[in-house]
Write a protein that binds this ligand. Sequence first.
Ligand code: UFG
Length: 326
Amino acid sequence: MSILVLGGAGYIGSCAALGLRRRGYDVIVADNMEKGHKSAVPQGVPLFVGDVRDFDFMSALFEENKIDAVMDFAAYSLVGESVAQPAQYYDNNVYGMLCLLRAMMLSGVDKIVFSSSAAVYGEPEDALVAEDAPKLPKSPYGETKLVIENMLKYFGAAYGIRSACLRYFNAAGAMGGLGEDHKPETHLIPIVLRAAMTESAVTLNGDDYDTPDGTCVRDYVHVEDLAEGHILALERLKEAPGAHVWNVGSGRGASILEILEAARRVTGARIKTKTGPRRPGDPSRLVADVSKIRGELGFAAKRADIEDIIESAWRFLRDKPNGYCG
Ligand code: UFG
């Protein structure tokens, strides 16, 4: 089976491409390289540079390559940035998906695994958030993911598109020499590890949330587990038509202060902190109820220990202190 990985030069996309290759799938990557890194594309995987919103590029891609299914990672994904720049998020994420679906339908490709997000839930009421919890996104980013999930549901009913929306919680860690390298970096774990390396201070984005220690609680899921979740979802689409939705997380929460403590144990560094204001759009707590994906796909996070996740990210940073370009 041959898979088009859109956004496969980025963090999660490149790890999914590697996971697919390890499982014997044929893979091609397309990426507009706005945020991607050429050297993150696994060896032997062809890279096509172009944008999902470019119809000529996309139709040529589908015409000239054998593609049985798509994994789509090509989206903007920063909660805070989406609050400041909603137009960019609707354009790249929602319009981009419309372009992709049109190109898929023209070429008869009917299977897509989509990177959705726990951001669709907004501020959940329950300690563990299940797929049927209310969807009340707190940011334009989360809204775009919800719009796309609904598009996929309607395109499934009308045009037979089979879809799996994976609502990621917080992807973290590194696999096979691939890891997080964003510029600027906004994600907690790489920021904390860089602070350990450079002795700079980490800003806590608010310490007055209604959580046990006042800092936000998240469910960190190892990117290698996330990649496996994609493959399980893809395999299910082969036999199951329709639009499916699964949470992908570890099912465990860690606060920002707990991440800092774990990072201190892993790195041996002191890691200073200072308290800043809350970041717009941040929910206080997002932890996955993983019973649906466990029951339906047999998925369980194998690398759920937060120190193991941080350790793998630390190895990546020490190996590539200047990122892929360095
Ligand atoms: N944080 C800090 N200081 C920093 C960086 C982050 O306090 O320097 C805080 C954030 O405010 C947040 C927590 O650490 O409370 C985690 O922040 P990240 O930026 O690492 O991750 P987010 O939870 O904001 O977002 C991630 C993905 C989104 C996804 C979301 C779902 O980037 O795509 O998880 O939980 F929607």
